[in-house]
Ligand binder design. Sequence first.
Ligand SMILES: [Zn+2]
Length: 424
Amino acid sequence: MSDLLVKNARFKDNKVQDILILDKIIAEIGNVRDSIDIPTIDAKGYFVTSPFVDSHFHLDATLSYGIPRVNQSGTLLEGIKLWGELKPNLTADALKERARKLCQWAIARGTLSIRSHVDISDPSLLAVEAMLDIKNEYKPWLDLQLVAFPQDGLIRAGSKTNLSKALELGVEVVGGIPHFERTMEEGTESIQYLCELAAAKGLQVDMHCDESDDPMSRHIETLTKETVRLGLEGRVAGSHLTSMHSMDNYYVSKLLPLMSEADVSVIANPLINITLQGRHDSYPKRRGLTRIPEQLRAGLTVAFGHDCVMDPWYPLGSQDMLDVAHMALHVAQMTGATQMRECFNAVTEYPAKILDLDGYGLKKGCKGDLVILQCMDDIEALRLRPARLYVVREGDVLSSTAEVISNLDLSGKKSSTDFIFSKP
Ligand SMILES: [Zn+2]
C-alpha cells in the first residue's frame, strides 16, 4: 500500500490544492483533512506536474563519451565512426552500469518514462539483452519502453533477423532509419517492411526519419502513406524529421495535412539537432530543427526527446527534460504564451500520449505519479529549470531535494535573488 498526502500543490490553473494518493492511485484532489494518518509532504504552494516523459533516447550509448576517445569535430559522422570503434569492446556489465546511472539521473530530475532506441545491429544482441535487464530492474521506478533500432540500416546492414529476434525477446516498438539505407528505394523498402512487421505483430512504429539537411529526403511521406495503408493510425511516430526544415514550403503545406490525417506523431530532438544539423553549410547556417509550430498548428502530436547524454554524438546533457524544452522553445522561436505552454506539454502529456502510458495525468483515478517543482507554473519551470523538490511514483517519494533559498534575505526585505529562486 503506497499512500501519500501532498498538501498545497499549485496546479496549472493556479489553484492550490491537496492530492491524496491511496494504494498508488490519485483518490482525491481538493481540500483533504490534515488528520488523515498517512505520510504527508507539504508542497508549500509550489507547482505540481505529472512526471516528465523522454520520448526519444539511446540508453545503450549513454555516458560513453570519451571511450575510446572524444569526438574532436563534434559531427554526426565522427560520432558514428566513434560508436563503431566502441562497439566491439562493449560488455553487458558496462552497458548496464552506465544505463543505471542515467536512469537515476532521470528519476532525480522527475523523468519517470523513457522510450529508448536500442541498437540491434550486433548479432549477439548484447545491448538488447542488457537493456531488457535494465527495464525489468528499474520497473518499480521508471517505465522504459524499448525500440528495436537497426542503427546501421535494416537493408544496408542485413538486420532483419536481428530485428525480429529483438522483438521476440520483448522489445516492444519497431524502429528504422530509412535515410541511412543506400538509396531512396531501399529506404522505401525498409519502411514498407517495418510497417508490415509492426502491423502483423500489433506494435507501434518509431523511426529515425529524414535526420539530414537534404530537402529531398522525404521518407516521412512514405511512412505516412504506409501508416494509412496498413491501418496504423495513431501508432506511428517520425523521430527527428530535420529535413523538413529545409524542404520547399509548398511541399510541406501538402505534407502536414497528410500526416495529420494519418495521425502520425512527431518527436523532435532539439539539443542534438541544433548541434548536428547545418554542419555542411557556410553562413547562413540552417538550424535543422523540424517545423514544430507548424506541426502543432496542423493538429499533430509533437513531443521532444533528449536523444543523447554524453555519448559519441553529444558531449553534454544531464537527462533534464526542461533543458530539452528550453532549447526547443528558443530554436523554434516559440515565445508566444500558448506556445511556451505547448513546449512544456511536449515533455509531459504529449509524449505520454505517444508512448500510450497507462494512467498518466493529474486527475482522480490516475497513477499517483507527480513532481513538485520549485516554481509557480509551467512557463516559470521552463525559465528557471528549477529544483525538483519531490519526485513521487505511485505514492512513494523516490527523490527529494531541499528548496533553494537565498541567504541574502536576512533583513526581511525583498531579496534581489527572488526572481531566480521562486517563492509562492
Ligand atoms: Zn536517436
